[in-house]
Design a binder for this molecule. Structure first.
Ligand code: SAH
Length: 257
């Protein structure tokens, strides 16, 4: 976020935060996909330290906390998300297993070699995949795991409309093979990759937004920022429906050597 017009940016920021706080997930995913990825992690004990980076309100963290051994620290930049995360953990009697803290993925509050597992769903794009996997690598113990989801191309060629959209939204989107090569270069054994099923986008991400959008537009009727934001989210969902054979989210699981 730039500094000019900071009051306007702050207003946008609060609106976006409010919108996403009203739904369970802030990115595509599902409990089934989280558990499938967890199935590849074989080193956890009750003493394990796990970080869930860009955890949002904790949709996937609660699934992890219910099924993984060890203690999870959820990190997110938005205090409102972290409040919801900790309230949810308390409601599910998981406060002994997971704690949310406000922080940035650019300066994580962990010591070198402290972590057994780094998790991050739909969030590493904020720092960029290549930078994230490299900067987080020293925080893992040897033999520790990284499990992240990242927007990826499924084919070498794409229709121009979707290519343009992604080059604007996240130019680092690339093929699965290219992302795996980056993992290898960063010092991870590429243990597994799998494409998140379409329902991770439709049932778990775009459909819950439809009600949130209606409520949001009612509350902020006539507000150009809110209307533009919702129009943008709807465009994104429409593009997914049109072009989902060309891109999606992929789980990348790697082991530090
Ligand atoms: N993992 C959640 C949220 C994904 S949305 C889910 O899958 O539902 C991406 C999240 O990254 C948001 O919650 C956003 O607040 C967070 N985020 C963005 N930039 C960040 C940064 N620099 N450090 C930590 N979190 C960040």
């Amino acid at each position: 976020m730039s500094n000019e017009n900071s009051s306007i940016h702050e207003f946008d920021f609060n609106l976006i935060c409010e919108y996403f706080a009203s739904i369970d997930r802030q990115g595509p995913g599902s409990p089934e996909a989280t558990l499938k990825a967890l199935g590849f992690i074989d080193n956890l004990t009750d003493e394990s330290r796990i970080a869930d980076i860009g955890c949002g309100t904790g949709g996937q963290t609660m699934t992890l906390a219910q099924h993984a051994r060890g203690f999870i620290t959820g990190i997110d930049l938005f205090p409102q998300f972290i409040d919801l995360f900790n309230a949810q953990a308390a409601r599910l009697h998981l406060s002994e297993k997971a704690k949310g803290v406000v922080g940035s993925m650019e300066s994580l509050p962990f010591q070198p070699g402290e972590l057994d597992l780094i998790w991050s769903e739909g969030a590493i794009y904020n720092i960029g995949f290549e930078r994230g996997i490299n900067e987080w690598h020293p925080l893992l113990k040897p033999g520790g795991y990284l499990a992240v989801t990242e927007a990826s191309w499924f084919t070498d060629q794409r229709p121009a409309e979707i290519e343009t959209f992604w080059n604007d939204a996240y130019p680092q989107i690339d093929t699965i093979a290219a992302k795996v090569a980056l993992m290898q270069q960063a010092g991870y054994v590429p243990v597994a990759t799998f494409i998140l099923p379409e329902t991770c986008w439709t049932d778990h991400f775009y459909q819950p937004q439809e009600k949130a959008q209606a409520d949001f537009l009612r509350k902020y009727a006539g507000n150009a920022t809110a209307e533009a934001f919702v129009a943008n989210e709807r465009r994104e969902a429409r593009l997914y429906d049109l072009y989902k054979q060309y891109y999606g989210y992929v789980f990348y699981i790697g082991k530090k050597i």
